[in-house]
Design a protein around this ligand. Structure first.
Ligand code: XIL
Length: 312
């Protein structure tokens, strides 16, 4: 049978997954990761707390393992992520405000520079917005205001001129205050000549919250600004226990995401946020929820996997 990525490729898209070096000793994991996907994203290995745990001390080993895996399997790599309020080392939070911009630009320069040539697209800034569309407070925002986004993008462009430079966020699947704030930011960055190539829509969905039925329309409005879009962290969680009705709804959600990407020329691909269910971040973060991925704990493809195949 064709892999998910082969099915996507027939439409000029890719299918990707988050990848975690913690599971590279699990041969069933690496076999599926290498076979089914054309793109991988480091689940944690390129985040600031890993790559620069103390100021000026860089640690590229885990991220390099992700890049090596991708190169051995003919996969592209999405860089995740240069600037984020979370998994931010304490030393950044403890800096005097006047030093934060320099520390951020140095971080972006060193990390994007190290991986230059190996990364097809960077999540330069992850999760800049609150749900109401205001900027999230963080050491970055507190030091620079919303200009931290432009400063990070310009530093990334200088360090890796060939990577596509993206902004990424969650709960921006549908048209709402948060996605409109992202839309306005991209529009303004473009007007100011700041390098911005793409928007990542994370796609952490939950069946109990309904499907964002205007996903396609929302992706299209970003595309119409002249940027690529992608679903970057897709999973569809549910309240446990699983039953066949919930699995059917989950399958429909996965298929709806594929359909939306297929309907938008500038949707370049869909990346799932890991597999199998036992390795998903969902049970750790959302109390009582799980079963969010395409494979069950014994690596059997779930109904949602077949729904993705059929959607292509
Ligand atoms: C998550 C990882 O999956 C977990 O292993 C980690 O403990 C926390 O971060 N949005 C993002 C991702 O952009 O980086 C997050 O990944 C999930 C939410």
């Amino acid at each position: 049978a064709d892999s998910l990525n082969q099915l996507a490729q027939a439409h000029g898209k890719f299918m990707g997954s988050a990848a975690a070096t913690a599971h590279f000793s699990d041969s069933q994991y690496t076999e599926i990761l290498g076979r089914e996907f054309g793109q991988i994203t480091a689940e944690n290995e390129m985040k600031w707390d890993t790559t620069e745990p103390s100021r000026g001390q860089f640690n590229f080993g885990p991220g390099d393992q992700i890049v090596d895996f991708a190169q051995q399997n003919g996969q592209s790599v999405r860089g995740h992520t240069l600037v984020w309020h979370s998994q931010l080392p304490d030393w950044v939070s403890n800096l005097p405000s006047s030093e934060v911009r320099g520390a951020m630009e140095n971080h972006v320069t060193e990390v994007a520079g190290h991986y230059a040539g190996d990364i097809y697209a960077w999540d330069v800034v992850n999760e800049p917005f609150n749900e109401d569309g205001t900027f999230r407070t963080s050491p970055l925002y507190n030091a620079m205001g919303s200009d931290f986004v432009a400063h990070a993008l310009r530093a990334a462009k200088a360090a890796d001129p060939n990577a596509k430079l993206c902004l990424n966020d969650y709960n921006i699947e549908g048209i709402n205050a948060k996605s409109t704030a992202m839309y306005n930011l991209v529009r303004d960055l473009k007007a100011d000549g700041v390098p911005i190539d793409c928007v990542g829509i994370q796609g952490h969905l939950a069946i109990q919250y309904g499907f964002p039925s205007d996903l396609r329309q929302n992706m299209q409005r970003f595309a119409d600004l002249g940027v690529d879009v992608a679903i970057t962290e897709l999973d569809v969680r549910m309240q446990l226990p699983v039953d066949s009705q919930k699995e059917a709804t989950q399958s429909q959600y996965y298929a709806n995401v594929i359909d939306a990407c297929l309907a938008v020329d500038r949707c370049v691909g869909v990346t799932v946020w890991g597999f199998p269910d036992k390795y998903s971040w969902v049970p750790d973060v959302f109390d009582g929820e799980g079963s969010a991925t395409l494979w069950n704990d014994s690596y059997q493809p779930k109904p949602a996997y077949n729904a993705v195949v059929e959607a292509f």
